[in-house]
Design a protein around this ligand. Sequence first.
Ligand code: SAH
Length: 349
Amino acid sequence: MPKKNLFGYPIQELQDELVARGESKFRAKQLFEWIYGKKVYDFDAMTNVSKAFREVLKDEYCLELPKLYTRQDAKDGTIKLLLEMEDGSKVETVLMRYNYGNVCCVSSQVGCNMGCAFCASGLLKRDRNLTAAEMVGEVLILNQILAEEGENVSHIVVMGTGEPFDNYENVMRFVHIMNDPFALAIGARHITVSTCGLVPGIMKYAEETIQINLAISLHAPNDKIRNQIMPVSRAYPMDKLIEAIKYYEEKGGRRVTFEYILIAGLNDSMKEADELAKLIHDNHIYAYVNLIPVNPVKEKGFLRPSEKAIHAFHDRLMKAGVNTTVRKEFGTDIDGACGQLRAKVEGKL
Ligand code: SAH
């Protein structure tokens, strides 16, 4: 039997498992205090746990973290890590420093199958899902690095490589561990999951009781353009996507963020800005738009619009009454674009 990695357990699940084997429920809290409070990962050092139970832990459980494979530091403080998992898979994790906190961009899969035309992650097909323990590991490794400067991760965005709703259960376990007051204690409002628009995932997410943020990678105001750059749009066209978002809102979900990559000549004209505003207004969606000038991936031939075009698009949406920001860019001097570092290391860029 492979050992079970304790980093993948929400506290409730650990409590249930321990109780089922005749241990006291309190053990789970004790273990969480060692792991997340004291950051002690050696069972033998957990002195308030009986010796007999420490032996059980050593036999059946482990506390396995990913290994740091490569680290890139940008001038603006952005840190990009390439982490190696136990089976040799490599995933990217990024730290972005906003004025409101330290944001960790977490990968949810090894590679991705969504095939978005502008994205470097898709250059490498999905190998497998990441486990909750591996995603927790991404954050803990970053926390170890930040501890050297007396900092820690304060916000989580599941916006790294992979489609989180294609790995729904593990991502939700991960989110619960981040949010748990006995684990990372990151407020639900500081956690965002981003999807390319997998409708069944959005419907499920609408039913969750935890109030985390939802971001939708929209990138186009209509199916015609969306179909050209996002294959997922053929399976879940705009009307179905909007329906799912409305359902999420009705169920008490928080304001959604629409991410919109601006690509020169493709989706950046006033016509698309107007269409996007109309889409939001006509459907009475309480949305916020985040414009992202495309991070050019040479191999894909998508170009960034001029500053003038970016601002014109932003102004047009604002004037139409849509709350819009242009995303701050990080790490432009390192392999900033999604999946670039890994693709380079694996010889695809
Ligand atoms: N699969 C999820 C999360 C991972 S992608 C999703 O699609 O939302 C995270 C974000 O980065 C998405 O909005 C994605 O469209 C965007 N992205 C991918 N490649 C990019 C590029 N070259 N430039 C700018 N943003 C990019």
